[in-house]
Design a protein around this ligand. Structure first.
Ligand code: IMP
Ligand code: MG
Length: 180
């Protein structure tokens, strides 16, 4: 992206290894497989940050499910939340036919997920749950809690496994603290 700002020159240290991620995603998939057996399940990944998490999570789910993507942006460029959330790509399905799980990369201020879940609830899904790969509870600006969190981390900016800094570092197989 031409005007993306990335102040992260390199990664500082690995916070969550590829193996830890794999084990946690497997456990989340097993939980979903148990709790949603016999139900019409739609896993909706939030682009772009959750694209790898969504791909791994849906493969860890051992029951029939559909997948979709939604794109919301609260971070424009760089690392500062604007508080304004736009849905730029919507889920192309009648949500009233599904139990919906939103797969999100990280809950930071909470603005994105609060706004997104409020909007999606208006479309009367059979149920709606948020599976968050990472939570940074210290950074919360609005009241929001995910239904399931794989990792809770302190207030630090992280990259890898789908998460970016100025569109870079998404391809790292682990989650690392970004270095300035
Ligand atoms: P929130 O609306 O402030 O909760 O922000 C959620 C979005 O901000 C996430 O979906 C990420 O795209 C982005 N974000 C927040 N913290 C980080 C981080 O540490 N690394 C990369 N992206 C982040
Ligand atoms: Mg992002």
């Amino acid at each position: 992206m031409e005007n993306a700002v990335c102040s992260c020159a390199e990664v500082k240290r690995i916070l969550i290894s590829a193996e830890e991620i794999e084990n946690a995603v497997k456990a989340a998939g097993e939980k979903i497989s148990r709790e949603y057996a016999g139900k019409s399940l739609l896993i909706a990944g939030v682009l772009t940050g959750a694209f790898i998490f969504t791909a791994d999570l849906c493969r860890a789910v051992k029951i029939p499910c559909e997948t979709a993507f939604i794109k919301a942006s609260s971070y424009n460029d760089g690392t500062v939340s604007s508080g304004k959330v736009d849905i730029t790509l919507d889920i192309d399905r009648d949500l009233s036919a599904y139990h919906v799980i939103i797969a999100e990369d990280i809950i930071d201020t909470g603005y994105t997920m609060k706004a997104l879940t409020e909007r999606l609830r208006q479309r009367s899904p059979k149920s709606l749950a948020v599976y968050a790969l990472i939570d940074k509870p210290e950074r919360r600006k609005v009241d929001f809690r995910a239904d399931y969190t794989l990792f809770t981390i302190p207030d630090t900016f992280v990259v890898g496994y789908g998460l970016d800094c100025g569109e870079k570092f998404r391809n790292l197989p682990y989650i690392a603290e970004a270095g300035i």
